[in-house]
Design a protein. Sequence first.
Length: 143
Amino acid sequence: MGKKRSKRPLTPEEVASLKEQLLKKKEELWEEIRSELKGRVSEEYQELLENVKDEEELAQIDLEEEVILGVLEARKSELEAISQALWRIERGEYGKCLECGDWICIERLKVRPWASYCLDCKERLEMIKKAAGSNQRWQRSIP
Ligand SMILES: [Zn+2]
């Protein structure tokens, strides 16, 4: 608490290195997705899956939707966060908190380059979410 964080714009070098990290993480996720899919489909699909690296390419393979969704679902939020971060880099908006507009500190981005909120906002949003969640449970339990 009260710890001073460095809030400043990212340098082009920092953005470039974080982008590299994002692309690497995306590649890792797709590596997992490919190998998991391969474990679930028949031989004729194995070769087709070899080069798949995004959802568009995956959609072109005629797999059962249920199989795809099962494998993608677990990584959906991570994949989405990564592609949104890459999109923000393209637009030159990367590194700013979506909630308060402040710069997200570089230490946080180095650990989670796909982060879209500064630590303060993230903590606040999580608390709100938690409170809303428990409220819903409470409401449901009313007969
Ligand atoms: Zn913020």
